[in-house]
Design a protein around this ligand. Structure first.
Ligand SMILES: [Zn+2]
Length: 330
């Protein structure tokens, strides 16, 4: 799980809507594409970002048959006018729905929704369920609003009601403009963003009010699990600041959500496994991007983890997070 995909061709939304820095792919002769944000260059991506057969072949090299795909966070477009955000979401969701319909044993799809408008977000959630996606990916904050804001609660409630899983992906990283050098938004901002999302959902009482909501935090939960001691101590020593909306100790939620295993460090992964239990740690990669685990699961296969733990990480945890049956993929 946790791989990113994009349609080969995107509409020119900036021209169509008449504003904004929507993403557009400018294909090059070397089979790569320049991802343009409005008129500005964002990054160059390779054909394994959109070529479904190439992706399956690259995965075969690591004995991996199934990919859980979702969009690239820069396409969330939460800043757009709600109806335009809905249109972007629908386009991306239809692309993934078509893919999973054609390759039911190789692709599982997560959708995206216009989080900037609660009503339209729920409308698209209902449609996502109908077209065969099993969950959604959302950002760690929405236009700088934390996920504990009441406007988002009906969306989480709808996910629980519809049985749709949620992957929280860091994006719109805090401090972005003041730490661009050294790739710090990715190296420092992303782990902090994921902890921001986990703390917001816990302290805001979202996980308490929706115990059947299946949430997975990217990148092993970012800095949340490594700093749980500090977070719990803060909860205990300053409940007047921390425990104002939920009186339950944050440590009590560990193991009630899922994380992926993207740590690049076996010692950290062992700590995460000890905290979460192996049935709550999914095989994530962040494929096909360079900061991901592109030798999929190799550091786990080369470790001394037990076969049960490896089997949980490689298949069972993702199946339980998404409420899917292994038999459907054999
Ligand atoms: Zn990612």
């Amino acid at each position: 799980m946790h791989t990113h995909i994009i349609p080969r061709n995107l509409p020119k939304w900036t021209e169509k809507f008449g504003y904004g820095d929507f993403i557009y792919l400018s294909h090059r002769e070397d089979k790569k594409a320049d991802m343009m944000q409005g008129g500005k260059f964002f990054r160059t991506i390779k054909e394994n970002c959109w070529d479904e057969d190439l992706r399956m072949n690259e995965y075969k090299e690591f004995n991996t048959q199934v990919q859980v795909v979702c969009t690239i966070p820069v396409l969330f477009s939460y800043w757009a006018k709600p109806k335009d955000g809905l249109e972007v979401s629908m386009f991306l969701n239809d692309h993934i729905a078509d893919l999973v319909t054609r390759y039911p044993k190789n692709y599982i799809g997560l959708g995206t929704i216009p989080m900037q408008d609660t009503e339209l977000a729920i409308q698209e959630l209902e449609r996502i369920k109908k077209i065969g996606l099993v969950g959604i990916q959302i950002g760690s904050n929405i236009n700088d609003k934390n996920l504990s804001e009441e406007q988002f609660f009906p969306i989480f409630e709808a996910c629980e009601r519809l049985g749709l899983a949620i992957m929280i992906h860091p994006w719109q990283m805090m401090g972005f403009d003041s730490m661009r050098k050294y790739w710090l938004p990715w190296l420092v901002g992303m782990p902090a963003e994921t902890s921001r999302a986990a703390c917001s959902l816990i302290f805001g009482g979202v996980l308490e009010r929706l115990p059947n909501l299946r949430i997975c935090f990217s990148h092993a939960g970012g800095s949340f699990l490594p700093t749980i001691g500090r977070i719990e101590h803060g909860f205990n020593c300053r409940p007047d600041l921390v425990a104002i909306d939920n009186a339950v100790n944050p440590r009590d939620y560990i193991g009630k959500f899922w994380v992926d295993c993207i740590t690049h460090d076996i010692d950290l992964l062992k700590y995460i496994l000890k905290m979460q239990g192996s049935d709550k740690v999914c095989l994530g990669t962040d494929y096909p991007f360079p900061l991901g685990d592109l030798e999929i699961g190799k550091f786990i296969e080369e470790s001394d983890l037990s076969s049960t733990e490896v089997e949980d990480i490689f298949a069972n945890a993702t199946l339980s997070w998404l409420n899917l049956n292994k038999a459907d993929f054999l």
